[in-house]
Design a binder for this molecule. Structure first.
Ligand SMILES: Cc1cc2nc3c(=O)[nH]c(=O)nc-3n(C[C@H](O)[C@H](O)[C@H](O)COP(=O)(O)O)c2cc1C
Length: 325
């Protein structure tokens, strides 16, 4: 049987299959099940400052006194944070998995406070679920990007555990953005987060939520950018997320250069035991190809290692697909 172990963020993982942040990683029971199925690491469900804020304001409506309001706000915040820190501690004590915490904050002070507490609770790394929908007509793309850089500067000066930026794909020049994060010594990027999107119900004439689960075709965008970014920055690890639905996708992303591949939708759809199926498929393929270790083939088909990597950069079909009429 092939050796599936990998290094990610300086941590040893038994497999490159990582459970990405979602409701499935919000309980120690499910995470223990994941460990039994051979998961490499888990990214815990994000702690959302916005959610905590909404919860606290819900309680606030019940109180007219400003002093009581402040008390309630702080109580809800500390309680939610406390629960999250307990989850980190429980997972660390009941499993031997690397535990990557995840946060999404609105204000810099909260990012810093949460990050420090998460580090103290024993998380092995912190994934920053940063997403700012650029909807302001008065702000340039660069101004939005600066928010990411300022956050990286601030957190890197205060937190020691590895930091990973989990990014969306809507940037004008993702290569520049990632280079700037690498320059700031960020240890990893996760490409890509997949967000809540709106849809329209034409029968009920209502705005509704689009499907929350990805489709296997969504792998393409992930594959392109992992392939383009592999080997460009010495100390920057790459986690691939979105569209990983089978072992073939895991193998493709490793060939493109991912250190790990994250799975979410497929675990909701096929169950936690599917982690075992993914590992088995990867292992079988490695045996067939004569690879004993993942480092023997990781990045082999990346932009950096291909003689003619033009496919990674091609965006127009032009003559290339002229067979399609
Ligand atoms: C139900 C659900 C909950 C999620 N919650 C989070 C979250 O709390 N934090 C986060 O960074 N990503 C969250 N995600 C995004 C996933 O971690 C993942 O990046 C995305 O679903 C794409 O991967 P997939 O194609 O394997 O589903 C969530 C996704 C789903 C479907």
């Amino acid at each position: 049987m092939a050796d599936l172990s990998v290094r990610y963020l300086g941590l040893d993982l038994q497999s490159p299959v990582v459970a990405s942040s979602s409701g499935l990683t919000s309980s120690v029971e499910k995470i223990r099940e994941m460990e039994e199925e051979g998961v490499g690491a888990v990214v815990l469900k994000s702690l959302f400052e916005e959610q905590i804020y909404v919860e606290s304001t819900m309680h606030l409506e019940e109180s007219d006194y400003s002093e009581a309001s402040d008390y309630l706000k702080n109580y809800v915040r500390d309680h939610s944070l406390g629960e999250y820190l307990s989850l980190i501690e429980e997972v660390k004590s009941q499993t031997s998995l690397p535990v990557i915490a995840s946060v999404n904050c609105m204000s810099v002070s909260e990012w810093v406070d949460y990050a420090r507490k998460i580090e103290s609770a024993g998380a092995d790394a912190l994934e920053l679920n940063v997403f700012i929908l650029p909807v302001s007509r008065g702000k340039t793309g660069g101004e939005y990007e600066n928010i990411y850089f300022e956050l990286a500067d601030k957190l890197k000066s205060l937190v020691r555990i590895p930091l990973i930026f989990k990014l969306g794909h809507q940037f004008t020049n993702l290569n520049y953005l990632v280079a700037q994060l690498a320059y700031r010594q960020v240890e990893g990027v996760t490409l890509f987060n997949r967000f809540y999107e709106p849809d329209i119900d034409i029968n009920k004439l209502r705005l509704v939520s689009a499907g929350v689960f990805s489709k296997p075709e969504e792998l393409r965008q992930t594959l392109r950018w992992i392939g383009l970014l592999y080997g460009q920055h010495d100390h920057l690890d790459l986690a691939a997320s979105t569209g990983v639905h089978d072992a073939e996708a895991v193998i493709k992303l490793l060939l493109a250069g991912a250190n790990v591949t994250q799975v979410c939708s497929v675990l909701y759809q096929k169950g936690i035991s599917y982690i075992h199926t993914l590992n088995e498929g990867l292992s079988r393929w490695m045996d067939d190809k004569g690879f004993g270790k993942i480092e023997e083939f990781r990045g082999k088909l990346s932009y950096k290692n291909l003689q003619d990597p033009v496919m990674y950069e091609r965006s127009q079909f032009m003559k290339f697909f002229s067979d399609y009429h």
